[in-house]
Design a protein around this ligand. Structure first.
Ligand code: DP6
Length: 330
């Protein structure tokens, strides 16, 4: 049996990926920039059945065996790896997230990054992180960025080979914190995959894509200079621009809950009224990610936890790229 286990961190995008130029290859309409998370990760063991006895892939997530329907995305990804290695073997895959589902942390980013690296390692496919990034992208765009630690840019490129993430700075470069405020009364997350296709139906998409080049430049500069006051306004602007595109798509995607707005208003009040350097971003869900320097995190956590609509707060530092582990989950 060929087996490997990998831990990969999720990531939070400062400039978002929303909308695809090529839906089969997941080539995006624009670059995106993210921070890989140390404290929100997926650990995955892939064991290939070289005997050929196993008829289907087996997927166990957080201790629960997944139905064939729920394993479809995983099997499609394994098909790509099987194609590369020229084998027909099925696999046992066991995954564990150290963060709750529906926490507003993207498990597909860490999950597909870990699956790609573990699956290839167990097959003996020798690939550098750039190739692995391209492979992970095929099943989850944001997973391409989790192939590197720290601060990462996914260059949209124009082909399977060059639409890949590149590392900007390692995790030690800037001691930022991501505090995820989990909003109560949450509705089920609408899939991002469908959302990327809808983006083109929004009359606001072109506005965002026209401006995003300048915003990427601003975020690169802010990270280089470790300047939270430069980073913050542009990440808020891009998150609001992405949600404007979502809201004005046909059909409209409205991810926010009343609690989402309560947090956005509070963040602006804390900043403008009390000078607390904290800024928000929001992915495809109602939960809000608050970004601040490490020294501000305890104060931000106390204030967040006191808000009526905040169910829990999950805090993460910048983290490393995927790591091979010696201990397997199977
Ligand atoms: C809003 O297609 O990577 O988080 O469907 O969960 O794989 P999954 O997500 P993906 O889209 C992510 C969209 C986003 C913004 C971002 O992370 O850049």
């Amino acid at each position: 049996m060929s087996i490997a286990t990998v831990r990969a961190g999720s990531n939070i995008a400062f400039i978002k990926y929303w909308g695809v130029a090529d839906e089969t290859l997941n080539i995006p309409l624009s670059n995106s920039i993210s921070m890989t998370l140390a404290d929100a990760h997926t650990t995955t063991t892939v064991a290939w059945d070289e005997t050929g006895a196993l008829q289907t892939d087996i997927f166990v997530l957080d201790g629960v065996a997944q139905s064939p329907a729920r394993s479809q995305r995983l099997t499609r990804h394994l098909d790509i790896l099987r194609g590369l290695a020229g084998v027909m073997w099925r696999a046992w895959v066991t995954s564990r997230n150290n963060f709750p589902t529906a926490s507003g942390i993207a498990s597909s980013a860490s999950g597909f990054a870990a699956l790609t690296v573990a699956g290839c390692a167990a097959l003996g496919l020798e690939m550098d992180p750039t190739r692995l990034s391209a492979l992970a992208r095929r099943s989850s765009g944001s997973a391409s960025r989790s192939l590197f630690g720290g601060f990462v840019e996914w260059e949209k490129g124009s082909s399977d080979a060059d639409s890949v993430a590149v590392p900007l700075y390692g995790p030690e470069h800037w001691d930022l914190r991501d505090l995820v405020a989990v909003v109560s009364g949450e509705e089920k997350k609408l899939s991002s995959a469908g959302g990327h296709l809808l983006a083109k139906s929004s009359p606001l998409l072109n506005g965002r894509i026209t401006h995003v080049g300048g915003w990427l430049e601003e975020v690169r500069g802010a990270i280089a200079g470790r300047d939270i006051h430069r980073l913050g306004p542009v990440i808020e602007l891009d998150a609001l621009a992405m949600h404007s595109v979502m809201m004005t798509s046909s059909p409209s995607l409205l991810y926010w809950q009343p609690g989402t707005l309560e947090i956005l208003q509070a963040v602006r009040r804390w900043r403008q009224g009390d000078g607390l350097a904290v800024y928000f971003t929001i992915d495809a869900g109602p939960n809000v990610h608050l970004i601040c320097a490490a020294e501000s995190a305890p104060e931000v956590e106390t204030r967040l936890s006191a808000l009526r609509s905040v169910e829990r707060v999950i805090i993460s530092r910048p983290g490393p790229g995927p790591q091979l582990l010696d201990e397997h989950l199977i």
